[in-house]
Design a protein around this ligand. Structure first.
Ligand SMILES: C[S@@+](CC[C@H](N)C(=O)[O-])C[C@H]1O[C@@H](n2cnc3c(N)ncnc32)[C@H](O)[C@@H]1O
Length: 297
């Protein structure tokens, strides 16, 4: 497990994933009944972006300036992104105050919230969160970050095992975020297997899976495997390409698969991805949108 999210925090992939996450949570919270938010691959909760520029042996190019950094000074954000940027600002403000970090928030964030902190900030009194992380250092940082929190518990464990262990929850309602590092080739197969198991345990649960776009054939195979799941409920993908497949970027885009999406969430998320594409573009061919795999009708 070599992956460390601190190098990538706030990049274009985080922008898409975290903005989608907040929209899904808000959509599920349209109903009064409480939900479980299960983050199978949680990371450490929040990140100091100054660490993003410090590699293990030599300085690294931080990724956040081409992600959340490009949204920072914009006054005319579309409605779908305002909550996300405001949540990042609030986390940054609070972390600066807590650490005596001071500095000029006008130049860009110094601290960036991971999915756990973003979700936590959205929880209502009737909601709760379970955050899982397998890498020992990250898991320790996560546990420290949420020590004493009433509605949030952290687990040092394999995220796929957690999915089996935690579902179905007593609430019978859940948003499950699966956001693995894709370090091994069998990650795609493990996701499909976990989704099959998760849907068997909680057929109406909302499952969101982040995935990288590095090879279209790989993603097409993933869709085919998903469609092979018996009784796959309505689902769509929200994709953001920061450059065309031919543009020579290693990671030319990413997507979030959403199974059992909240009512009428596809339209606004499609708008959001289309708006983000030119703003976060790194090469010609940037585009974004929603594609239904199993239509909701
Ligand atoms: C992409 S990062 C998560 C980022 C986080 N979800 C966010 O949006 O802020 C993936 C995380 O999964 C952790 N990880 C790797 N293998 C895991 C496993 N089998 N179970 C749980 N966590 C794992 C890595 O250590 C890493 O922190």
């Amino acid at each position: 497990m070599n992956y460390r999210h601190r190098y990538h925090a706030g990049n274009f992939a985080d922008v898409l994933k975290h903005a989608v996450l907040l929209r899904l949570l808000a959509g599920l919270q349209a109903k009064e009944k409480g939900i479980l938010y299960l983050d199978t691959h949680a990371g450490r909760g929040g990140y100091d972006l100054t660490a993003a520029a410090e590699g293990l042996s030599r300085p690294r190019e931080p990724e956040w300036p081409a992600g959340v950094g490009r949204l920072w000074g914009l006054a005319d954000l579309p409605a779908e992104l305002r909550d996300y940027v405001e949540a990042v600002r609030a986390f940054d403000r609070e972390a600066r105050a807590r650490t005596g970090g001071g500095g000029d928030a006008g130049a860009g964030p110094r601290f960036y919230p991971g999915s756990p902190r973003l979700a936590q900030a959205s929880l209502r009194a009737q909601d709760r969160a379970v955050l899982c992380e397998a890498q020992p250092e990250e898991a320790a940082a996560l546990a420290e970050e949420f020590a004493g929190s009433r509605r949030v518990s952290t687990q040092r464990m394999d995220g796929y095992t957690a999915l089996r262990a935690m579902l179905p929850p007593p609430e019978r309602r859940a948003l499950v975020l699966i956001d693995p590092p894709f370090e091994s080739q069998d990650e795609w197969a493990r996701i499909v297997e976990a989704l099959g198991e998760g849907l068997r345990r909680l057929p109406g649960g909302c499952f969101a899976v982040w995935y990288p776009l590095t090879a279209r054939a790989r993603v097409d195979a993933f869709y085919r495997q998903l469609l092979g799941l018996k009784g796959l409920p309505p689902c769509y993908t929200v994709e953001l390409l920061v450059g065309g497949e031919e543009a020579g970027l290693k990671l030319w885009g990413c997507g979030v698969l959403v199974i059992n999406p909240p009512w009428e969430s596809a339209g606004p998320l499609g708008e959001m991805a289309r708006w983000l594409a030119p703003v976060l573009a790194q090469a010609p061919g940037a585009t974004g949108g929603v594609h239904w795999l199993v239509p909701d009708n």
